[in-house]
Design a protein around this ligand. Structure first.
Ligand SMILES: Cc1cc2nc3c(=O)[nH]c(=O)nc-3n(C[C@H](O)[C@H](O)[C@H](O)COP(=O)(O)OP(=O)(O)OC[C@H]3O[C@@H](n4cnc5c(N)ncnc54)[C@H](O)[C@@H]3O)c2cc1C
Length: 475
């Protein structure tokens, strides 16, 4: 519900991202968020809410103005951001600031059950020159390489402080699946079928597939080998760029942001290949933040994911730019997986928010890892009988990371989503500093002494942080 204050949005915790995003778009308001349609804001807000606008808008948590929560002692209270006053005649509870801090980023579900959030949204009209670029082209290794080079260049610029803090970039590689067209329909909405609607009709599949040549003049690709994919399509690569127009004034950078985006797009196509490409929107025109953000919520109707197969999920992040050995090994891994029709791959890479360490609301929440340089999702879906193969691809990814990224440079983001879930052994991987973790433990003890003493008498060690177990999605 949007209140009279047109930037305030109240959302019940079970609301799905796809519905919240659609509603905000209708209201002309926006907050940063991730892209998975069926994720609910209940957990998403507590885990940060990282998405396509990480550099420009940082994380969803920073936009929380207040929330209502049931604590362990069954009290049902309102909690306000420390720099906010409660409405007239209401007052803050004594632990207000600690609860706000720890619920938002401290450990999913560890401090109570959130019932409702109020977000302070950004008005789309305040950024009249925002724009972006979104396009999808046929996957080929030759096209993937220059795109990866561009990513590396962005990372270097990001590290040197040369990349404007209102520019975001996200790149994706995804298998094509003849039987499950939700991917095709979502990435290529011009293909004629309603966006996101799954179909198992092979005849429809072929005709929709042939419309991939939306804007390319012809298909010329030396890597077309037709291995098991009927229409010579292994997968797609997509690039999504956003210019948030923080100042609200026309862009005067030289070269202009639109020109830079155009260059990335041309890199993706390669130097001389004519590629079948679908351009969703193009930086030469103004595109509202909210429309771009809403477009980037993937409205897959198959179980909220790209494919209806079971999958092994992996997400890795680092504070350092990627190294060449990682790049070379990873590109080969993606290529092998995308060429293997027993599995489906979804790879995604997003640039970090390392210039936004000083966000005004940062100090009020315990969100960890917001300064990450790069986040990489690598999910392997597997067809019947090929789970071991998927495990093999994930094992290779793990090996590659171990070989090419220093242990100290790897970070993890959501506790219990990786192998070892014993928080006492792994907390250093999930929390930015011992001070942060200790503070959260102290708050947990204050708020929930009964559970804490029960746990500590059983384990003989205090165990303050630790949500109920999440579904294990990676190792
Ligand atoms: C397919 C997929 C894609 C994702 N994409 C992104 C992304 O793009 N960006 C990003 O930042 N994250 C992403 N995530 C991570 C996601 O934000 C977290 O998993 C988040 O916790 C999901 O929230 P939920 O309410 O849907 O989760 P649930 O699975 O319902 O809950 C997860 C945990 O959150 C806690 N929780 C949930 N609701 C509440 C509540 N109301 N009060 C207290 N605790 C609660 C509970 O401890 C629960 O165990 C993705 C996850 C998946 C599975």
């Amino acid at each position: 519900m949007a209140e009279n204050d047109t930037t305030l949005l109240k959302v019940v915790a079970g609301s799905r991202l796809m519905n919240v995003s659609k509603y905000m778009t209708e209201q002309g308001i926006v907050v940063p968020h991730g892209e998975c349609p069926l994720v609910a804001v209940g957990g998403h807000t507590q885990s940060g809410g990282y998405g396509h606008t990480l550099r420009f808008m940082v994380v969803l948590t920073d936009y929380v103005k207040s929330f209502r929560i049931v604590l362990a002692d069954c009290s049902y209270i309102s909690v306000y951001r420390p720099n906010m006053d409660p409405p007239a005649r209401l007052s803050k509870v004594s632990d207000n600031d600690d609860i706000f801090f720890s619920v938002l980023g401290g450990g999913l579900g560890s401090f109570g059950v959130v019932v409702e959030y109020s977000y302070e949204c950004v008005k789309d009209d305040d950024h009249p020159h925002s724009t972006g670029h979104s396009s999808t082209t046929k996957y080929s290794k030759k096209r993937f390489e220059p795109l990866f080079d561009t990513i590396q260049q962005y990372m270097m610029d990001c590290e040197k402080g040369d990349l404007d803090d209102d520019i975001d970039m996200m790149c994706t590689a995804i298998s094509f699946d003849m039987d499950q067209l939700s991917v095709l329909e979502d990435w290529l909405p011009g293909s004629g079928t309603p966006q996101g609607r799954p179909t198992n009709n092979t005849a429809d599949a072929s005709s929709a597939g042939s419309s991939v040549t939306t804007s390319g003049t012809s298909i010329v690709d030396e890597e077309d080998d037709g291995r098991g994919f009927g229409i010579f399509l292994k997968g797609f690569i997509a690039v999504e760029l956003l210019y948030g127009n923080r100042s609200g004034q026309p862009d005067t950078t030289s070269p202009s942001v639109a020109d830079c985006f155009e260059k990335v797009y041309k890199n993706m196509l390669g130097n001389w290949l004519l590629a079948p490409t679908y351009v969703d929107f193009y930086a030469t025109e103004h595109h509202g933040l909210l429309n771009m953000c809403d477009t980037w919520v993937r409205n897959y109707l198959i179980d909220g994911r790209e494919f209806a197969y079971p999958y092994l999920k992996r997400f890795n992040a680092t504070f350092q730019p990627l190294t060449k050995p990682f790049k070379d090994g990873f590109m080969q891994l993606v290529h092998d997986a995308i060429s293997d029709n027993r599995v489906r791959v979804v790879f995604q890479i997003g640039l970090g928010g390392s210039q936004r360490r000083d966000h005004v609301n940062r100090k009020y929440t315990a969100v960890q890892r917001r300064d990450l340089m790069i986040g990489i999702g690598f999910d392997i879906f597997y067809t019947e009988g090929h789970k071991e193969l998927a495990e093999g691809y994930q094992a290779k990814m793990k090996e590659l990371l171990e070989e090419t990224v220093k242990e100290k440079d790897t970070v993890k983001m959501i506790w219990a989503s990786f192998g070892n879930t014993n928080i006492e052994e792994v907390w250093r991987k999930y929390y930015d500093s011992p001070e942060m973790y200790d503070r959260l433990r102290r708050i947990k003890y204050n708020l929930d002494p009964t559970t804490c003493s029960a746990l500590s008498s059983r384990s003989r060690r205090p165990r303050a942080i630790g949500a109920p177990r999440l579904r294990k999605t990676a190792y």
